[in-house]
Design a protein around this ligand. Structure first.
Ligand SMILES: Nc1ncnc2c1ncn2[C@@H]1O[C@H](COP(=O)(O)OP(=O)(O)OP(=O)(O)O)[C@@H](O)[C@H]1O
Ligand SMILES: Cc1ncc(C[n+]2csc(CCOP(=O)(O)O)c2C)c(N)n1
Ligand SMILES: [Mg+2]
Ligand SMILES: [Mg+2]
Ligand SMILES: [Mg+2]
Length: 323
């Protein structure tokens, strides 16, 4: 299919948001958002780095690429609205594969009521998807990483490490483990926590970060942005039943250094914790406290984790891209 036929094939016939003024079909898209701040982010998804034919079908490539962007909106407390997709397609890639990528994009877009409003299509050596997302947030309700305060509790949604364990099962072609399907599904089709993050709007101040690179990295980002120290309790890290089958060392590797869970880690004043719990219940989002925040002079910007009664420094150690 040529570029123009392809673009016609992916154009939405109607838009899901009345604020989408112009989508696909001109030099640029237009959306209108009165009274709110626009929030925007981009994330890129590369064959051989973020996925391979061992780990994802074309449908999952689309689904997972947009999920990562939606998760960044959740991490800001924003409502995702529209997205643009820039895609590099290898010349040997099938029309059917391309259609499946866009089906994956559209399935999750529909779930979160997003409009596809534009993008770019080029041929190249390697399949690459770069997704730009737009969202909106009420003024003064953005959940910056720098908003932690001393005395806050650190919480995390869902269970952590599942995606990384699922990835390892896929790479080792090991699908006989109990719960393998669950773990693999968590890797291929993560669930960004938008409903929960939006429902937190009644709480004045919350710091949030989404878990793309493992708790060790994300907690360090929060500590550094807020210039405070974080103390985590290893035994309180939330683990799925499927992950419990792995050795404790493997579990900790997946949880702390794995990544791609797209759960949220954040901090809130202890006086608002009950409210967070209540909102979590209403939105069917598991949430637990895993640590606390302290003002500690020379230790500010550092994360510690307790096991066997000792706190040890937890260094950022997720996936780092090197140029
Ligand atoms: N090439 C770049 N040019 C300009 N800004 C960049 C570039 N790469 C990253 N950034 C910016 O750096 C900040 C951190 O980006 P990063 O990609 O680490 O966050 P993230 O998207 O939450 O994490 P992840 O990509 O692991 O999901 C963001 O403000 C991002 O826009
Ligand atoms: C085939 C294959 N091999 C390895 C990985 C692991 N991996 C790649 S990027 C990344 C961090 C998030 O990236 P970013 O920071 O760009 O969002 C992780 C954990 C994978 N997903 N697929
Ligand atoms: Mg990014
Ligand atoms: Mg993020
Ligand atoms: Mg990253």
């Amino acid at each position: 299919m040529n570029e123009f036929d392809f673009i016609r094939s992916i154009k939405q016939s109607t838009y899901r948001n009345s604020t989408t003024i112009k989508g696909i079909g001109d030099d640029a898209a237009i959306f209108r958002q009165p009274y709110q701040d626009i929030v925007t982010a981009v994330d890129t998804f590369v064959d051989g780095i973020h996925f391979s034919n061992k780990t994802m079908k074309p449908f999952h490539v689309g689904y997972r690429a947009l999920a990562a962007n939606i998760s960044d909106m959740a991490a800001m407390g924003a409502d995702p609205i529209s997205y643009l997709v820039s895609i590099v397609v290898p010349s040997h890639y099938s029309d059917q594969g391309l259609a499946e990528i866009y089906r994956g994009l559209d399935v999750i877009a529909k779930e979160y009521q997003l409009d596809l409003i534009g993008g770019d299509t080029v041929t190249g050596e390697q399949l690459v998807l770069s997704v730009t997302i737009n969202g909106a947030v009420m003024r003064d309700k953005v959940r910056y990483r720098h908003l932690m305060e001393p005395g806050d509790v650190i919480f995390v949604t869902g269970t952590i490490g599942d995606s990384s364990a699922g990835l390892e099962l896929l790479l080792n072609e090991q699908s006989d483990l109990n719960g393998a399907e669950y773990l693999i599904n968590r890797h291929r089709m993560p669930t960004p926590r938008v409903k929960f993050a939006k429902a937190l709007a009644s709480i004045d101040r919350i710091a949030l970060n989404d878990i793309s690179d493992g708790i060790a990295s994300e907690a360090n980002e929060l500590a550094q942005a807020s210039n405070l120290a974080i103390y985590l309790e290893e035994r309180d890290l939330p683990i799925s039943n499927a992950l419990k089958q792995f050795t404790r060392n493997q579990q900790l590797k997946y949880i702390l250094n794995g990544g791609e869970d797209f759960e949220l880690i954040g901090s809130v004043s202890p006086c608002n914790w009950q409210k967070v719990k209540q909102i979590a219940k209403q939105t069917e989002t598991p949430v637990v406290i895993i640590g606390k925040v302290r003002e500690e002079g020379k230790n500010n910007g550092t994360v510690f984790i307790k096991n066997n009664n000792d706190y040890n420094k937890l260094r950022p150690s997720g996936y780092v891209h090197k140029n």
